[in-house]
Design a protein around this ligand. Structure first.
Ligand SMILES: [Ca+2]
Ligand SMILES: [Ca+2]
Length: 202
């Protein structure tokens, strides 16, 4: 309650984060200080999040994808990211176990949050991903995955689902773990992005 400006992490949040992530108390405290410097309110709004994303992808249109990522991180659905949500998100997307990453990917693809993924939800996320792929890179994609529709179709076929079927979280995680192709198709290859960011640095 309004203690976000006190400059210290509450013991409760600290213990919770240490339990659920690999970060140490020192790391978390230092991180919290820089988080407060960037976000004095202690919360990141959707707009702020979008603009951070925009800086990383100046040549693309990451708005749609950023909105989906924001939704998947905003676990209490209050329209802002607090420090805890932010750290858990970073942990899941960067340092967590493969299953944690896939749990996060499931929540990303479950656009309406009803606990299952439909084919149209797959298409919606794939469309957002495509807005971030440069036209030159799209040209390099195999013929059966070079449009959002084809790519969504391919993902859905891998799971062996009919058009009106739904994917449960377990099916999604098991299927993705068992098939590297699905894993490649559902994600926005961050490796490529990292290489690009490196290239751009003088
Ligand atoms: Ca929130
Ligand atoms: Ca859903």
């Amino acid at each position: 309650m309004g203690n976000s400006k006190s400059g210290a992490l509450s013991k409760e949040i600290l213990e919770d984060l240490q339990l659920n992530t690999k970060f140490t108390e020192e790391e978390l405290c230092a991180w919290y200080q820089s988080f407060l410097k960037e976000c004095p309110s202690g919360r990141i709004s959707r707009k702020e999040f979008e603009s951070i994303y925009g800086k990383f992808f100046p040549d693309a249109d990451p708005k749609a994808y950023a909105q989906h990522v924001f939704r998947s991180f905003d676990t209490n659905s209050d329209g802002t990211l607090d420090f805890k949500e932010y750290v858990v998100a970073l942990h899941m997307t960067t340092g967590g176990k493969p299953t944690q990453k896939l749990e996060w990917a499931f929540s990303l693809y479950d656009v309406d949050g009803n606990g299952t993924i439909s084919k149209s939800e797959v298409l919606e996320i794939v469309m957002a991903i495509f807005k971030m792929i440069s036209p030159e890179d799209v040209k390099l994609l195999p013929d059966d995955e070079n449009t959002p529709e084809k790519r969504a179709e391919k993902i859905w076929a891998y799971f062996g689902k009919k058009d009106d079927d739904k994917l449960t979280e377990q099916e999604f995680i098991e299927g993705t773990m068992a098939n590297k192709d699905i894993l490649r198709l559902i994600q926005f290859e961050p490796q490529k992005v990292k290489e690009k960011i490196k290239e751009k640095k003088p």
